[in-house]
Write a protein that binds this ligand. Structure first.
Ligand SMILES: *Cc1c(COP(=O)(O)O)cnc(C)c1O
Length: 258
């Protein structure tokens, strides 16, 4: 058997950890999607992760996402047309996840590339997306970002306002609210981290109870390199992993204004 590359080994290790955490929580590992966060990755690492079958990529900045998305779309197309047999299979389509804070004036350029927006934190941002996505003739799945760790400098809707905002977004024609996203405090201990995720799950349950987004509600996007196993224990369905996968130093988890 061919020797696995370091990235392939890492990916297998992380998939193993996701699976083990799911089983420990008595959950089905196939309910959990790994989003590979590419902000610390080199271009050749991104191409490799695609060839390893990972189709969900995440970025926190508009400019990087749009650049990378347009370059990689070309690459995937060429590989699928000219790919020799024996080459690893490429996903047909990359699903880009917009993770970072989104300014309203950046909505229009980024939307054509985006599969899912994780960072809705205000009614005005939701309205802006609703308006532009209508012109593209499709709907977009969105997650409400909740500031469940209640750090004052952090983006995200306040815990107490989340359900109401979700209700408002649910009335918008072109937005599909599919769940919630949160980030635990970066250097928090396990107990605090678990509390942040648990609080987010409670809001999710409350939305269900109120039948908000009844047909589409299914995702809890929580857990990063340093805490994804705790997130899975609290029912995360999407984990967003960057540095643990690609190496490199931890980059901003909370973007400054661009
Ligand atoms: C950077 C980032 C991640 C990935 O963080 P790592 O610690 O590199 O795994 C996940 N989510 C968001 C919102 C981010 O900004």
């Amino acid at each position: 058997m061919a020797k696995l590359s370091p990235l392939a080994v890492k990916l297998e290790e992380i998939r193993g950890r996701i699976e083990a955490a799911a089983i420990k929580a008595k959950r089905d590992p196939s309910e959990i999607t790994l989003v590979a966060v590419t902000k610390s990755a080199a271009p050749e690492q991104i191409r490799e992760i695609l060839s390893l079958g990972v189709a969900d990529l995440g970025e926190s900045r508009v400019q990087l996402l749009t650049q990378r998305a347009s370059q990689l779309d070309e690459f995937v197309k060429r590989r699928n047309i000219h790919g020799e047999s024996g080459q690893p299979s490429m996903p047909d389509k990359i699903r880009w996840h917009m993770l970072g804070h989104l300014q309203r004036n950046k909505v229009k350029p980024v939307l054509p590339f985006v599969h899912m927006v994780h960072s809705i934190d205000s009614l005005r941002l939701a309205e802006e997306i609703d308006m532009h996505i209508a012109k593209l003739g499709r709907k977009v799945p969105v997650l409400l970002q909740v500031n469940a760790s209640e750090e004052p400098q952090k983006h995200g809707v306040a815990v107490g306002a989340a359900v109401h905002l979700a209700e408002q977004i649910d009335t918008m024609e072109n937005l599909q609210p599919v769940g919630l996203m949160t980030m635990a405090k970066y250097d928090a201990d396990e107990k605090t981290t678990r509390q942040t995720f648990a609080r987010t799950r409670e809001i999710f349950e409350e939305m269900k109870w109120h039948k908000i987004a009844r047909a589409t509600l299914k995702h809890l996007s929580m857990g990063m390199s340093n805490d994804f196993e705790h997130a899975i224990a609290e029912c995360a369905t999407i984990v967003r992993i960057g540095t643990e996968l690609f190496g490199g130093k931890t980059l901003d988890h909370e973007d400054p204004e661009e």
